[in-house]
Design a protein around this ligand. Structure first.
Ligand SMILES: [Mg+2]
Length: 261
């Protein structure tokens, strides 16, 4: 991995990059990028200004804007309403293309989720600070309100995944998740980059968490770049200070397209 210092690049040079780029395909993580992280997953909201910018970007990039997230697809549609963007949900296991078609990578995992989720709900049911989130093909255990139980959450999820095959473990910011094996954000980016309207464009991936590293790597292997939001080790070539800086990046992408048109 590139050291954090190498990844710190002035905003000016990011603007230079955007103005130098040909057509851009934009890939956006949700939590910590389009929405500030909240105490519980349901408590987030998206600033209407961000939704308006996404709408503008959707036009400016000829539809080549996708959300790539660990969340379920229905969550993203609800938070971004009235927008209905291409979404790679649950770390890319369920990927909706621009034409509305949804591809599921690992369908077997969906059959096992109820059992796995019930097991984890029973394990943590006595502590309402720990949120067990059921998704169609994944189960996330959020411990932001009980950080002292992090190690125990990891052990429980690890043990459950050991029993129920078809899942891998991924740790994010105050969350440990059993996600469908074979899904990651890099595969989602590569999938989109073979489809209209993304194909042939330069991918730009903006993310804030460990799971976004696969997205950064894929974007950069395909001739584009990653933008890391906030601190932490990353392979992304660019970094911005925090979620509140994201609208400025979206604006810079919009301006660079206006300049080229
Ligand atoms: Mg995130």
């Amino acid at each position: 991995m590139t050291s954090p210092t190498n990844a710190s690049v002035a905003a000016g040079s990011l603007a230079d990059l955007l103005f130098r780029s040909g057509p851009i395909a934009l890939f956006l993580d949700f939590d910590g990028v389009l929405a500030e992280i909240a105490p519980t997953p349901d408590a987030v909201s998206v600033n209407p200004v961000v939704i308006a910018r996404l709408q503008t970007l959707h036009s400016a990039l000829d539809g080549a804007v996708a959300v790539v997230t660990g969340r379920a697809m229905a969550d993203i549609d609800r938070f971004l309403a009235p927008l209905h963007l291409p979404v790679a949900a649950e770390h890319g296991n369920m990927r909706r293309s621009r034409d509305g078609r949804v591809v599921v990578l690992n369908e077997a995992a969906m059959q096992v989720v109820p059992e796995l989720a019930t097991e984890l709900e029973l394990a943590f049911g006595a502590d309402d600070r720990i949120i067990v989130e059921r998704k169609p093909s994944a189960v996330a255990v959020h411990y932001r309100l009980a950080p002292e139980r992090a190690a125990e959450c990891f052990e429980r999820v690890n043990a459950a995944v050991g029993v129920h095959s078809g899942f891998s473990i991924v740790a994010g910011k105050m969350v440990i998740e059993a996600r469908a094996a074979g899904a990651d954000k890099g595969a989602a980016v590569r999938g989109y980059m073979q489809e209209t309207p993304f194909e042939g464009r330069t991918p730009l991936f903006i993310g804030d968490d460990i799971t976004d590293e696969d997205g950064f790597a894929a974007a950069q292997q395909l001739g584009g770049t990653g933008i890391k939001v906030g601190p932490g080790d990353t392979a992304a070539l660019y970094r911005i200070p925090g979620t509140s800086s994201v609208p400025a990046v979206l604006d810079a992408v919009i301006r660079s397209r206006e300049f080229l048109s």
